[in-house]
Design a protein around this ligand. Sequence first.
Ligand code: ZN
Length: 460
Amino acid sequence: MNPNLVFLEASGVVDASGVASSPGAVLAEFPASPDAERPLGCSILAAGDPQSVGAHEAARRAMRFSFEKEVIHPGLVNAHTHLDLTHIGPRDHDPGDGFVSWVRMILRERAREEEAIKTSVRLGVERSLAAGVVAVGDIAGVGQRAPLDALRESPLIGVSFIELFGLLEETAMSALENLATIIAERPRHARGVRLGVQPHAPYSASIHLYLACAHEAKRSGLPLSTHLAESPEEHELVETASGDFQTFLASMGVWSDDVAGSFGHGRTPVEHLREPLQQGGFLLAHLNDLASADIEALARTSSALAYCPRSSHYFGNDTSFGPHRYRELLDVGLNVCLGTDSIVNLRSGEGMPPISPLDDARFLFDSGEVDTDLLIGMVTTRGALALGLPDEWFTLQPGPCAGLAVTRAPAGSAGQDPAVRVLSGTHTRLLLGGNSRCEAGIVLHPAQQGQNGSGSRFAQ
Ligand SMILES: [Zn+2]
């Protein structure tokens, strides 16, 4: 027996690259020693139906594990989240109270000290790993490097997007200086988490700041993201230079003649950002508010969408703007993936919910999205591409794999389409994966780790 080889037999296997079998099996090999350059969970040797995987010459030497009630799938990618808000926990919100009241609540509640921010991010990492997530696009907060440091100490891989705020010229300039310092100080690819750049949103960042961010991202080879077309209040500000956001910005001392002059031209938020969107490949969070002309304009950019369905529903945006038009964005060639947004907008029964984009895919599935291959792709390969990660790391194809997760399939579903079984299943958990410098490439569900934190290689 080779302890670095495992034969995982399961009730099913599925990915977004065409691997689908119920029952199923995966033959995988762990790295013999941690490799700083490859933040990967394992190498897949074979995946598919148990007979063909069992015929692989290495199968005889593998340790065998059985997951009788579970479907194995790649580790998940959460393309848009805010792990630094995890300490706040889920909060009820009445959409009738408006988006700005929610923003004020976040400003009151968010952690400001470095250690407190790191503690919140670590809690978010734990809620992500527990749900089978191995890669995140994490929004790090205002010029903050603490979330980046906390992520780099964790098994998660992905991007930590440094946020830049600045409607006023002097604020934008100091945000850019701060970004330059962070870029100069931080190795860009260390420990599986890259640095990214995120001008926050049209209501908090000037066009000048957006253009400077797009320029810097291009120059430094950094991923680029922003919030766009999220709320009716954003639309009103951009179109008319008035409304709740105008009042809010004035109360924060960030309203001037220049700022007022940048809004109020009857544009949509997408039209407002036309020039920056043409400059850089933005990962756009939300896009709840889209006119048909906006979709045509986005088709001429290299943007991607991080759609957060439960967040859109939480804020009532699916009522304000109608059903989300992500399907039309796919049709014009945009990559669309899923994000959770922060834990604050995730409804919870009791305690802290998992932070999982698969739950957003389930939300869409339950809402009538029938393309199950698309949904699996939106939480694996499509999310990886949006974050600049190799999409093959999030498949069951032979080669490097960022992680494996399992989902408990519904009772009586044996033999059915494994993608449907994952989307209608429960209790998704990470089997292995993440940064190979942590736990020698293997991460167990935290609840399964031993008291000393080391745990056994596999716990079932
Ligand atoms: Zn967000």
